[in-house]
Design a protein around this ligand. Structure first.
Ligand SMILES: O=P(O)(O)OC[C@H]1O[C@](O)(COP(=O)(O)O)[C@@H](O)[C@@H]1O
Length: 354
């Protein structure tokens, strides 16, 4: 009789129970964090069920509008480049669900969403101590073909939340108190860190509960996989081009790395976290500041990576040391296994010396 397996089956560690345990380590927040997270979990469950039935419910397809990312920041070439920026019904729906869930939690004062041009300042009566930055549905270019997509979120504590200001959302990533993502794939998996390690929970649809399935995730120190959109190779800078070449043509005695690229950050980072290796979205001549957004893509994934024993680098500095100036700011990112990121840091350091 496998008592351990039996105990695991009956002694269910749900995400709520896990966070309640974590909460006991932070008596100062009087249960606010648990309440906030339960509303994020509700949003993930809603989006999960919508994604699962998207094809059936004709939720796929264009909503006919373009979102903030396509409007302002990038030169024309960018728009051509990111057909994925066309807003899809699922994006709109997911954003609505999360904004309403977060506001109704009564625990937030500022919300920054990939889908909204401006930050949302919660009305005084419903304000709370947290700022939440999030991408309600990342990987939109993969929605139509049913490839894994996800929600990404990061949580900051706001000192004076009675008069919240934008600079309280533009904090360095290292100030985050928690971060996570929820992947909508073959199963629905929520990966979370509250600053003491990383844990993965899988949604059991029969219970409607996220159950702990991946306790204390540690990324392997070195990996056999590299993940990058090689279609941008001709526009890469020297260190990135050299690193990818080393992955494909390693020195004598080492075997080449395998290329895996889904084009959905949540799915590519989830695989990297579990199997090891490196995910990179470097800058290139067409997008000198890279593509991925600092607040709700780069920071949460970098926070998780460091908590799992890996690291995250921008090409210039530790990603979590970045201090964003705008809410939709972008940055190059190299994240994954400690030794793999060390290699690319060495190439950038060597170039900086020249
Ligand atoms: O298609 P590309 O340029 O490789 O970009 C893929 C990247 O863009 C993203 O889809 C983000 O863009 P969206 O927020 O528009 O979905 C990431 O999930 C993914 O890592």
């Amino acid at each position: 009789m496998d008592h351990a397996a039996d105990a695991l089956r009956t002694d269910l560690m749900t995400i709520t129970r896990y966070v309640l345990n974590e909460q006991s380590k932070h008596p100062e927040s009087r249960g606010d964090f648990t309440i906030l997270l339960s509303h994020i979990v509700l949003g993930c469950k809603f989006v999960c069920s919508s994604v699962n039935k998207a094809g059936l419910a004709k939720l796929i397809g264009l909503a006919g509008e373009t979102n903030v990312q396509a409007k302002k920041e990038e030169p024309i070439t960018w728009v051509v480049y990111s057909v994925g920026e066309e807003q899809k019904k699922l994006d709109v729906l997911s954003n609505d669900v999360f904004v309403k869930a977060l506001v109704s939690s009564g625990r937030t004062c500022i919300l920054v969403s990939e889908e909204d041009e401006e930050a949302t300042f919660v009305e005084p009566a419903l304000r709370g101590r947290y700022c939440v930055v999030f991408d309600p549905l990342d990987g939109s270019s993969n929605i139509d073909c049913g490839v894994s997509i996800g929600t990404i979120f990061g949580i900051y504590m706001v000192k004076d939340f009675t008069e919240p200001t934008l600079d309280q959302a533009l904090q360095p990533g290292k100030n985050m108190v928690a971060a996570g993502y929820c992947m909508y794939g073959s199963s629905c998996t929520l990966v979370l860190s509250t600053g003491s390690g990383v844990n993965g929970f899988t949604l059991d649809p029969s219970l409607g509960e996220f159950i702990l399935t991946h306790p204390d995730i540690k990324i392997p120190k070195k990996g056999k996989i590299y993940s990058v959109n090689e279609g941008n190779a001709k526009n890469w800078d020297g260190p990135t081009a050299k690193y990818v070449e080393n992955c494909k043509f390693p020195k004598e005695g080492s075997s080449p790395k395998s290329l895996r690229y889904i084009g959905s950050m949540v799915a590519d980072v989830h695989r990297t976290l579990l199997y090891g290796g490196i995910f990179l979205y470097p800058a290139d001549k067409k997008s000198p500041s890279g593509k991925l957004r600092v607040l709700y893509e780069v920071f949460p994934m970098s926070f998780l990576m460091e908590q799992a024993g890996g690291q995250a680098f921008t090409g210039k500095e530790r990603a979590l040391d970045l201090v964003p100036k705008k809410i939709h700011e972008r940055s190059p990112i190299f994240l994954g296994s400690y030794d793999d990121v060390e290699e690319i840091k060495a190439l950038y350091a060597a170039e900086a010396k020249n």
